[in-house]
Design a protein around this ligand. Structure first.
Ligand SMILES: *[C@@H]1O[C@H](CO)[C@@H](O)[C@H](O)[C@H]1NC(C)=O
Length: 297
């Protein structure tokens, strides 16, 4: 009896199961890291220099004549010995961009020495002196491009209205145009982007039922999004599956919020109203659907 029920609910099949083919998953090489530009490279180098400057700042002399120690430390502070120590370690701590750091440290060796022995007394930090003024790879903050022009598009005294950044800021690249944060648009990022609405300080996303809106929720839509229809001033999800011909004949329909899916019937079914072999609504010509017994399962 159990045996009978089990067989009867399915479309009976003469052929065996199909051969499953496995798509080979090719792992794409993800090891290549993004190339850094010259300004970033210089920042990496000067950050590393700063780190080793701190590491070599010697609090470790213990005991002995305090005054003598102090004098010794003072002479060590800008000594060639300390510079050599820094240079020996420079870039060694880096996990990313290390090769670029080493390359630049070689290129800039003479400049680094010059700064160490002659320039450090001026108030300029190494980054400003090396990256901005000498190598000219970077600009100071809020400046961009080859000539380090001030970023335009200020609103309320804030660059890009405080809602974006100036393209190329701090580098010798870019065009100074605003790159707005998500939700903002306009040359100065002072407007809400499409499908966002102005909630005083912020631009918030419209409800998914909307194609443009003037406020929160599905009742504030200007138009309804695809898959939604206006009903009593609000947008309601369409049930696409009520159109019985929306999927192909060997598929069944699943309504989703804002859309729908067509899924293939089980391969034993000709047509179906759901997943699996027990949802067949008709069979292929040489098979029989035992629909009247379906409910017994
Ligand atoms: C939002 O509205 C306020 C008040 O009308 C206005 O001052 C502000 O500029 C608007 N913001 C955006 C991003 O449109």
């Amino acid at each position: 009896m159990v045996f009978l029920t089990k067989i009867i609910v399915f479309c009976m099949f003469a052929t065996g199961p199909g051969i499953l083919t496995h798509k080979s998953l090719v792992n794409k090489d993800q090891s290549h890291s993004k190339k850094v530009d010259d300004c970033q490279r210089c920042k990496v180098l000067t950050d590393s220099f700063k780190k080793w400057l701190e590491e070599t700042s010697r609090g470790k002399h213990e005991g002995g004549d305090a005054a003598w120690e102090e004098a010794k430390l003072k002479s060590y502070a800008r000594s060639e010995m300390r510079l050599v120590e820094i240079q020996e370690n420079l870039c060694s701590e880096l996990k990313r961009h290390q090769d670029e750091c080493y390359a630049l440290s070689e290129e800039a060796e003479t400049l680094l020495e010059q700064w160490w022995f002659h320039e450090h007394q001026t108030s300029l930090d190494l980054y400003t002196w090396l990256c901005i003024e000498n190598l000219q790879h970077c600009c100071s903050m809020n400046h961009y491009g080859e000539l380090c022009i001030p970023c335009p598009h200020k609103v309320n005294n804030k660059i890009c209205n405080g809602n974006g950044k100036c393209n190329g800021d701090g580098t010798r690249k870019g065009d100074g145009k605003c790159i707005c944060k998500k939700g903002f648009t306009g040359t100065s990022c002072d407007e809400c982007a499409a499908n966002f609405y102005n909630a005083s300080e912020e631009c918030k996303p419209c409800h998914r039922a909307c194609d443009g809106c003037h406020g929160e929720g599905e009742q504030s839509c200007m138009k309804c999004a695809k898959g939604w229809s206006k009903e009593f001033d609000t947008c309601i999800d369409d049930n696409e599956c009520s159109d019985l011909s929306i999927c192909k004949s060997n598929e069944y329909c699943i309504n989703k919020i804002g859309s729908y899916d067509c899924k293939l019937c089980d391969k034993t079914c000709k047509t179906c109203d759901g997943p699996g072999p027990s949802s067949c609504t008709s069979c292929f010509s040489n098979q029989v659907l035992w629909q009247h017994l379906k409910k017994q399962e």
